[in-house]
Design a protein around this ligand. Structure first.
Ligand code: FAD
Length: 320
């Protein structure tokens, strides 16, 4: 059967959820061959085998931590040459989109980024994208080389599927340009204990209606009752009420969770651009005419200071 390369996003061997989602999609196209690079790469094999990877190509080495993306591109290229895949799938993030683009250039292949679905087609994989703030859904196919596709988190379910997951060492000849940009320092982000915004299954966001940093704990309490990440509109971020890293939208992060709760957010096009592909959208807004209500599955017209505490309490009670 044809083989499909899946680039593994992991932290010291702990595989992140979007990679497991990719394995679900990869199985539609062929036999998934996972490519894991960097510290802990070999430790990923067990989890990947449990989600359908027939082979796991692993390479560890100081280059992957010392330099920016080029060593990873070199590794993926080595796997590409070793496997001759029908497609290469990567999770969508700033780093992996750069890796994907560089691989596509090196292999003379077409690239599709931020897909929300991938399926087998008669002439190769077909990727679905949500374009222009989700005003259009497009289906595209790469017509040159091998399809290189990055897929947004939460685009497919995680499905356990036992496979061989044979662990193999990947030999990488570095291209000689791998050391052009060196990492000079690293500062770990302070953990909030909440899921990563772009990967979270549920996101609760607050906007200008939250009316101050001192009120964001209300949003956080609702998020915590649901095990959700916290997002914010640009208005809330620009006002200094919540960190910029939490901004959802055109100039912030793009999220596509199962459930998105927008509180005190009007629904400007630039905000919608970052959340409109969410599966279920709920808005709480005191203005019944707010544009956010045009795209919601459930809308609550009300004051968030009344609604959110009740909602949080009810959820916590039901979790009992
Ligand atoms: P507002 O539009 O002011 O809406 C606040 C809402 O809260 C209102 O609908 C109001 O009815 C409601 N409200 C007030 N009080 C309450 C209450 N007590 N209970 C319930 N509801 C209440 N925006 C982003 O979010 N992300 C981006 O990435 C982004 N990028 C941009 C890029 C560019 C180039 C530009 C020009 C703009 C961008 N913006 C972005 C800004 C965007 O246009 C809007 O200004 C912004 O999204 C508005 O944020 P908001 O909905 O929180 O505020």
């Amino acid at each position: 059967m044809a083989e499909v390369l899946v680039y593994v996003d992991h932290v010291d061997g702990a595989v992140r959820k979007p990679t497991l989602e990719l394995l679900t999609l990869a199985r539609r196209l062929g036999d998934p061959v996972a490519v894991a690079v960097g510290a802990g790469a070999r430790k990923t094999a067990g989890v990947l085998a449990g989600h359908g990877a027939v082979r796991v190509l692993a390479v560890e080495g100081p280059e992957f931590a010392e330099y920016l993306v080029v060593p990873k591109v070199d590794a993926l290229r080595a796997a590409f040459d070793a496997v001759s895949p029908v497609a290469v799938l990567l999770p969508s993030s700033a780093e992996t989109k750069e890796i994907a683009a560089r691989l596509a250039v090196r292999t003379g292949s077409g690239i599709i980024t931020d897909a929300v679905d991938v399926e087998a087609g008669e002439s190769g994989p077909v990727a679905t994208q949500s374009a222009f703030a989700a005003s259009f859904t497009t289906r595209s196919r790469v017509v040159r080389g091998v399809a290189v596709i990055t897929v947004k988190p939460n685009s497919a379910p995680v499905e356990p599927a036992e496979a061989a997951g044979a662990l193999e060492d990947l030999h990488v000849d570095f291209s000689g340009t791998e050391n052009a940009a060196r990492v000079v320092s690293r500062t770990p982000r302070e953990s909030t204990g909440r899921p990563e915004l772009t990967e979270a299954a549920i996101v609760v966001s607050g906007g200008r209606g939250v009316n101050g940093a001192e009120n964001f704990p209300l949003i956080e309490a609702l998020a915590d009752s649901l095990g959700a990440a916290v997002g914010a509109s640009r208005a809330a971020v620009d006002a200094g009420w919540y960190p910029h890293s939490s901004q959802v939208g055109q100039t912030g992060k793009s999220v596509s969770p199962q459930l998105y709760i927008a509180s005190g957010i009007s629904g400007a096009i630039q905000h919608r651009a970052g959340m409109q592909t969410s599966k279920t959208i709920v808005a709480i807004n005191k203005d019944a005419e707010a544009p956010i209500f045009d795209l919601v599955d459930y809308g609550v017209v009300g004051d968030l200071f009344d609604v959110i505490p009740q909602l949080t309490e009810e959820i916590n009670t039901r979790k009992g």
